[in-house]
Design a protein around this ligand. Sequence first.
Ligand code: KE4
Length: 427
Amino acid sequence: MTTSQQLFEQAKTLIPGGVNSPVRAFRAVGGTPLFIKSAKGPYIYDEDGNRYIELINSWGPMILGHAFEPVEEAVREAIQHSFSFGAPTRKEVEMAELITEIVPSVEKVRMVNSGTEATMAAIRVARGFTGRDKIIKFEGCYHGHGDSFLIAAGSGAVTMGVPDSPGVTKATAHDTLTAPYNDLRAVEMLIDNNHNQIAAIILEPVVGNMGCVLPEPGFLEGIRELCDKNDILLIFDEVMTGFRLAKGGAQERFGIRPDLTTMGKIIGGGMPVGAYGGRADIMNVVSPAGPVYQAGTLSGNPIAMSAGLAMLRHLHGHPEVYTRLEEIGSKMVTGFQNSLQKLGLPFTINHLGSMFTLFMTDKPVTNFEEAKTCDLPLFGRYFHAMLRRGVYLAPSQFESLFLSTALTDELVEEVIAANEESLKEVI
Ligand code: KE4
């Protein structure tokens, strides 16, 4: 038995499914999840000493590679002053200043501890501000495990086969309307059939949670327009795309200004941090400025702020990071596409910047239904073939990969070669 196997057997007697987040359990791909001992730069190392080239990067945060020195240094400095005060600190002001500078649509921001907290708070604020109850989300989008979002949810929910989770009440589900991603007509019909009842439309401006799916030309602009015409708030869930697809996130890349934005992952530099923010007139309804309640013992935690500040300051001060991420992404995807062509495989790759997904289907993938045409057992075999070749992919077809600047050109070539050999092996 490997150490990971031993640890997993023990973990399953103590933790539901042996993991603290379902997608980690390898349920979609089979086998035993790797228990990771450490990571540095582009590599992670499991408890049995195996080394892997990392293409998940903690599901997004480690955009500069693991153990990035300036972030580590900031945390080492911060822990000398204790860990948590439960009182306002200078770093929270600096963090708010930096976020509002990098993401102009965010005029005011509230720190929380996860992306889930950020999205739950954002829809509560939208409901409080508009006095309306319903929200529209898109099938296959994942916005964390808040009850309102576990309806036709992506990521781990669909990976586990529970896109509509038990435990979410009918009353809650009643207020969540869903539409296929990229389907403006469906959104218009929902709005017409729920006149003046919809507080917000929330979406991933580029989806990572059904695998990487891009907005079709005009989709985001169309949603913006529908929101404006119907006094509906537009919430961009940029937990994944924020500070990744551009310094100012997908909203900068696509030139769309949402009313609220939710953030996470990169914003904490690997520490538990989320945030939500947007128009000042909307954010001013949040307690104690206004009546909409939201709170958190560890919100704005000084250690987490130190890590997040170091990360964001580096990204803000080094625009070349985004040029490099584009380069790495296009090199890797071009290599994958060349291999598909060479092997005569009609699979689909969706890609933008440092996010991409190889879908095991010959269909275009523009929404959840199309994503679900993938050959999931084949993906499972491919995943393990890549693992055996030292490449660590997301253990689910319904996830995006996240590249980091720690990937050298040589490592990109190694991943391309591993991909071609793995496809040959499993087809
Ligand atoms: P967290 O609560 O996991 O920090 O964030 C929830 C969330 C919200 N919005 C988007 C767009 C997200 O992608 C996420 C979380 N992403 C998943 C990966 N698909 C986290 C991995 C996991 O669930 O373990």
